[in-house]
Design a binder for this molecule. Sequence first.
Ligand code: 9MR
Ligand code: 9MR
Length: 584
Amino acid sequence: MRKKLYLLFILSAGFLSSCHRSNLNYNFPETEAIRLNQIGYYPESKKFAAISAHEATGTFYLTKADENTPVYEGDLSEAVSSDYSDKKTKLADFSAFTQKGEYRLVIPSAGKSYPFKIEDGIFEELAKGSIKAFYYNRASSPLLEQHAGIWAREAGHPDDQVKIHASAASEQRPEGSVVSAPYGWYDAGDYNKYIVNSGITMGTLLSLYEDFNDYFHHQNLNIPESDNQNPDLLDEILWNLKWMLKMQDPNDGGVYHKLTTAEFEGMVMPHEATNQRYMVAKSTAATLNFAAVMAQASRIYKQYHPSLATECLNAAEKAWDWAKLNPAQLYRQDEINKIHIPQIQTGTYGDNNVEDEWIWAAAELYISTQNISYQENISGPVDSFTLPNWSNVGWLGYYSLLRHRNKLNNPPKDVLDKAKNQLLNQADVYVESVKNSRFHSVMGKNASDFNWGSNSNAANQGILLIQAYLLSDKQEYLEAALSNLDYILGRNATGYSFITGYGSKTPLYPHHRPSEAEPDKAPVPGFLVGGPNPGQQDNCDYPSNIPDESYIDETCSYASNEIAINWNAPLAYLTNALEAIYSK
Ligand code: 9MR
Ligand code: 9MR
């Protein structure tokens, strides 16, 4: 039985102070065994903590963070087992406690948790930080102290002298000719810029703006453009958009796969990473990602930068035409390296199936132009729902079609109905899976949730649930989305809050060159690390092979502890969407 002990304390201030002087038996040592959202909870939302079953029995308590007096107590759940290990957890449910403040959770057999808050706007700072992270990864710009604080740094990578690699040579732009493609965000812990991964990243951020634009008219990120009249989110996205436009060959509309050094640079600051950069091979996947992003951007920026919006739409149509003529230009780095020098060893983002890219590009072009001829490429049967990732973007297209369903010329009713059904069915599956989950989250139901960048799966599942909420208004979808943010912020098998600088136990050694190159500083904040990945492709010394524990906070570990723009974008979506919804 839960007892609302705190009600007693408001009866008399004298009772409260004498109570907290005498009642020392809740003063337990802090333990990381109690897994909870290390930032906190909304007053009205579900609140759970988890603990491994053998460490916990009986009753749990909530105390104020700086006092040892219990304000709430409850019973731990029965042990919940895992489908892919013999580990069990018990859950503490304190959803009924809604008093604002700062607390700790105490389990006498284990200790007391990190402090956490119950507040309105609990994720407001994190929501900003998740977007500000993109600013910190800007290429071609110094970061000034007034915006970047201790992470101020010199400009790196002007990218105004990029060489056309042999794989990208054309009549007008022969091998070795020089082009300019400045700006953009570094992809990840490395300094290269890849169009395919920019695709899903930009699509996710632009969709965040389309879904919640009101919210962004008040958000201040303290970036160099914060003083102008436009939403900071759109200013930040613009930094990468300007770069992407330069990745299109104006002569034929094809888009280069990436702008990169031949090999990864060392662990140095941006301005010290000065090796020659190349434009490498045009590809169908890059060109269709580009078409989708430019088409979506054209409708969003129309109000702010009309001529840029026109440029984007023209670029999108030109890219589409190139893809029609070159539908099977897959990016095969091994093949390129057999015939060209220098060999290119950086990230491949090779995608052997571009069906989903056609769907996404067609959907965005159709929405922005209202030209029904694009329906040809989206009217095929919608398969079951598949979670978006950099190589699987079809559902970005369906999300957009559903978002604009009431504004379409001659809407493809059949496609829209199917997409809506499949989206809601998947959301129901996610809601169900929380019920038997060891960490009370959607994330982690299946061992297959844990791959390279697994934390982005948690965030992308959250996006699906927010889409379901927007279509249905059902609170349970919102709660399920929140359960995955709780997972990311510490209610998980590792005990880490996976975002640099946000939480009590956070990654200190992310695989991120600017963070590694200045080891005396805290890592650059606001970045979501990849997370548990039993693939362990980096051969670092992991503490566990169990899928949800296969994570190590070491710079060595690019397969579990790197950061990346396509992982931060869904984090930004999830946190900002929740804040936008809960602040209404
Ligand atoms: O730093 C690189 C990281 O961004 C990539 O995700 C990773 C996989 O492609 O590769 C990292 O670079 C490593 C390279 O692959 C092998 N030599 C050591 C490099 C730094 O750890
Ligand atoms: O996120 C990518 C992951 O899905 C792939 O399995 C992995 C190996 O190809 O590459 C990841 O992307 C990396 C990219 O290749 C280079 N920059 C860093 C990216 C994140 O680790």
